[in-house]
Design a protein around this ligand. Sequence first.
Ligand code: MG
Length: 464
Amino acid sequence: MLNRFKHLFGNKKNKEFGINNITPIEEKQIVPKEQVDLIRFFRNELPDNKNRYHKDILQFNHEQIEYYHDFIQWILPTIDKSQFHPEAPTIDDHFKEQLQQDDLAKSNYCRTCQLYLNYVGFHCNKRQIQCQITGRLYELPYHNQLRITRMLNSLNQVGNNQCSTKLYHAIMSEIKPDSDKIDNNTLDYWAKTQRININCNILIGAIAGDIIGSIYEFNPIKSIDFPLFKKYSRFTDDTVMTVANANWLLTNNILSDIMLDYGNRYPNAGYGGSFYNWLQQDIPEPYNSFGNGSAMRVSPVGWAFETLEETLKKAKESAEVTHNHPEGIKGAQATAACIYLARTGKSKLEIKEYIESTFGYNLNRTCDKIRIAYQFDVTCQGSVPESIIAFLESKDFEHAIRLAISLGGDADTMGAITGSIAEAYYKEVPEEIKKEVLKRLPKEFIDVMERFYKKFIMKNKSID
Ligand SMILES: [Mg+2]
């Protein structure tokens, strides 16, 4: 995470001052003291605020684990301040990086996880986590369930996502469907820790672009330097219809029925006038559109098929329920093809050449040149090539979104198109963007994204 920002901050600043390398002293100065103390706590060099060293806590017996309420925040730190123990330190990306680099601190972190898991009836080693005493977790006082939530969050936040997933599945496999010992809120919390973990990695690129662009659609900007998320950043029609398309591929039901259903359940998502009218029809007919709505919603198609031919065929089907104009179909096919080629390992040059030769888009322009005169344009032919160029020119996912929005056009839709391709090419969306996105989505969208991930990405692989 630090490395991602170095090109934006560290190097620039150093060049200005004629310094070639960031000195260790400078790094140390920006690490908050409590983070340093926490690493030293895990190294047994400093005690916690009750004067207990890490090795003392490791000696706790079951009675002490149950009796004390002020140690768990130290051994399982999270990014959020504890309501019950506000003096306990919190963590950030500095801590995550330091812990991953410090073998002693990391090993002690894991040892306290083992200590607590043994207490609640689980056994763990490097490869697996298994329940050994069935039902013990929900026979213990309720706060132990909250401690498990803390552990799942802490594991994710320090970068041990695989452990978090293993623990989650070990717990879930022990819960009987009719059990009333663990309430639905707790189950929801636990599931949520996994949603920010691995199961929502797909389709979030398009949705992130939509949400980040949502506040710039009618307030265009001509710079890549802007806040990614603000209070009013929200999902719009691009997200609703992307999720509808994912649902279509999952269920094989009739696409127009699904789009009508989603559109009418989320009527204030900012649809264009013609599409809004289409949503009001009992038997909706395509209206020969060449708007970029066909490209903004097509990203699930780019992920779901084994061949480029199938991808193009399905992208056409996705478009032509509304956008049956040749340019509308072309915009959807070009976007889906970019995603397919990017996820199957093609280079940017190969993607560029394929799109130019197949669809005739002019991709020999730069964002700097386009930006000068570019204006709000909702046609496929006037925004899809520009969105692809933003991807081709980018250095990473975030940069791609910034470039697309910086052109000053249909920001949310261009963000969605560029984001969907960038996600496939760069393979991941940064964790902090993912978190901001997921907290703005309804649960039913996240459920579809998870099901889509399991069906088309995990396929037959077990996630246990
Ligand atoms: Mg929109």
